[in-house]
Design a protein around this ligand. Structure first.
Ligand SMILES: [Zn+2]
Length: 613
């Protein structure tokens, strides 16, 4: 028997026989209870689940007698890395081995299964991560093996080794003594130096699918005569997140909680999973736009002491199931929600989960999200919107003599010019309806803007001349682009720093008396500097000097919504000195911007207080 014959020291013989005795009794279940995770540990290659790619490769290597001297087993926790290492050790050291089917009954196999074999050395890399410990390991490796057997060193959490320890280990790994196999197990392979990785065969262990875990757990329950509901096992499998060990621990925990069997309710209670009824009640309140009821339901969850993150994740999972029903069955209907409404709720919760991580008031974030969900407008399809838009809005393009159409009290939102493409071609002869602007805003803008005509420009460039005609044509777009490019050159010559900063922005709207330049949040510093009244005045003076026209600059970031850019177009003859008709939408503007700027889309959005998704 191997332990008794190991190093000729009386002490070692004594302790090893004592250990063997204790473990022998333990194995028979006389002294202690084994947790499920240990009890149901795979003992042979055929019992490993979900890692067929590793099993097949190792079995082939064993059949061909070409086992490598070092392996890296990487993968998330509890997917069988250490178990696989032990099975490999059994396969190498079995009395009938090396073989791909270790017998499991010979002294070597039983000793390895019991964890008391001298042929398998397991080292915890997290607590033995120094150079000294690795030197000790290296020295013990040098002794070689006993009776022609293989010695398998399993270093768990190997990524925790220090740089010095890795270096000390390098030489041994490169040229290990015969019949020594290293298995380096890790959850974070990217932390292992390339010099180590390149000397090993690497196997990536997969996280198990929920379905695979569920099947495994159901088989186990049947085998152990544990009564179960499929929904209950499904909950455990999802909670385990791909880890077999976690799933077994959770199964054991749930069975201990409810010895009569595993029902969905008992498992939900044991795992702290929030019942579907709670989410259903909140969604019912959301569908009725009743923020008060929704918040009461949420408060009940908080009072019960549930974990907030679990609540948010569970809510997303609940919505995901509803969404799946919508996708699979077009006639499916849940409360008053459309498929898009569910998607938007999921998006809000996803954002909430992200915000919670950085917030010192996570419960407030959740409350805010529930309120937002209650205030979400019902999603309307674009076709419906366009149909309603045609029904409710006035003729879009009309001649100067025509009266201003007005619908209801929201007149400022209802003047929606639906410009068809062919109509745009004759836009120079037509004019858009001026939108009333609130008096305060109008005064403010009137003070800021001066009409081109009043300026009597001393010199008019071709580009600025083109801009004076409020024509919405690609031709004008080209000229406006040329104008802006040349102005940037001009500004850079006069004010190099400001010119360079201005180049970082992009022109999103070009009207006859204003230019909107927008900056990404990445360049918010430059935007703030340029938007500073003093600097803006300098730029506007440069613009006046270059174009001969008084052009107002609006310098914003993408997060801001400039008031003027959303103002509806104004006719030249309206006598209104505010606003300006967009004559140019830059190609560099994002697609979202372009769609939003389509007159018909813009007006429909304004008319119905919509948002573009
Ligand atoms: Zn054996």
């Amino acid at each position: 028997m191997a332990p008794f014959l190991y190093p000729p020291s009386i002490f070692i013989v004594f302790f090893s026989s004592l250990y063997y005795f204790i473990s022998h009794i333990t194995e028979r279940g006389v002294m202690s209870y084994k947790v499920y995770a240990r009890r149901f540990r795979p003992v042979g290659f055929e019992e490993v689940i979900g890692q067929e790619h590793v099993v097949e490769t190792l079995k082939r290597a064993l059949q061909k007698q070409s086992v490598a001297h070092a392996y890296v087993f990487c993968g998330t926790r509890g997917v069988g890395k250490t178990s696989m290492a032990r099975i490999l050790a059994k396969a190498l050291n079995c009395d009938s081995g090396p073989t791909d089917t270790p017998c499991g009954v010979c002294p070597s196999c039983t000793a390895i299964a019991a964890g008391n074999s001298f042929d398998v050395v397991e080292v915890d890399g997290a607590s033995n991560n120094g150079v000294e410990q690795i030197r000790d390991l290296r020295d013990s490796v040098a002794y070689g093996t006993y009776e022609g057997k293989y010695k398998v060193y399993v270093i768990d959490e190997v990524h925790m080794l220090s740089r010095g320890a890795f270096n000390a280990f390098l030489k041994t790994l490169e040229e290990p003594p015969e019949r020594v196999v290293f298995v380096l197990a890790t959850t974070e392979p990217h932390k292992i130096p390339d010099t180590i990785l390149s000397r090993c065969q690497r196997f990536d262990f997969k996280a198990l699918s929920t379905k695979a875990l569920q099947t495994h757990l159901e088989d186990l329950c049947t085998q152990e005569d544990i009564p179960f509901e499929r929904d209950a096992i499904s909950l455990i499998a999802k909670k385990a997140q791909g880890s077999v060990r976690d799933s077994l621990s959770l199964l054991e925990q749930c069975y201990a909680f409810s010895a009569k069997g595993l029902t969905r309710d008992s498992v939900a209670c044991a795992l702290g999973v929030i019942a579907d009824d709670v989410y259903g009640a909140i969604l019912s309140a959301v569908s009725k736009r009743s923020a008060e009821t929704a918040l009461e339901e949420l408060q009940a969850v908080l009072d019960a002491g549930y974990n907030l993150k679990e609540f948010v994740l569970g809510f997303m999972e609940y919505l995901r199931r509803i969404l799946c029903n919508y996708v699979q069955d077009t006639t499916f209907s849940y409360l008053s929600f459309r498929q898009g409404d569910i998607l938007r709720c999921i998006e809000l919760l996803r954002q909430c989960e992200f915000d919670m991580q950085r917030s010192s008031l996570p419960d407030f974030q959740v409350e805010l999200t529930v309120i937002k969900m209650c205030s979400l407008d019902t999603l309307i399809t674009l076709e419906d919107l366009l149909q309603q838009g045609q029904d409710h809005t006035a003729p879009t393009v009309h001649h100067k003599e025509e009266s201003i159409p007005s619908v209801g009290s929201k007149a400022e939102k209802d003047v929606s010019p639906q410009v068809k493409k062919e109509e745009r071609a004759v836009a120079s002869e037509t004019t858009y309806t001026p939108a009333p602007i609130p008096p305060d805003e109008a005064r403010e803008v009137a003070e800021e803007r001066v009409p081109c005509e009043a300026e009597e420009p001393a010199e008019t460039t071709e580009a600025s001349h083109a801009m004076e005609h409020g024509v919405y044509t690609p031709d004008n777009h080209e000229k406006a682009q040329v104008f802006w490019r040349e102005f940037l050159q001009f500004a850079s010559n006069k004010k190099p720093v400001m010119g360079a900063w201005l180049e970082l922005g992009r022109v999103i709207a070009f009207t006859e008396n204003s230019i909107d330049v927008r900056f990404s949040p990445m360049h918010s510093f430059q935007q703030m500097e340029l938007a500073n009244p003093k600097n803006r005045a300098v730029l506007e003076e440069l613009l006046r000097e270059y174009s001969g026209s008084a052009l107002t600059l609006h310098i914003t970031t993408e997060a801001e919504v400039p008031q003027d850019s959303s103002a509806p177009p104004v006719s030249e003859e309206s006598g209104d000195s505010t606003g300006g008709e967009p004559v140019y939408t830059g190609h560099e503007a994002s697609l979202q911007d372009e769609v939003a700027r389509e007159p018909i889309i813009k007006d429909v959005l304004e008319l119905f207080d919509g948002e573009l998704l």
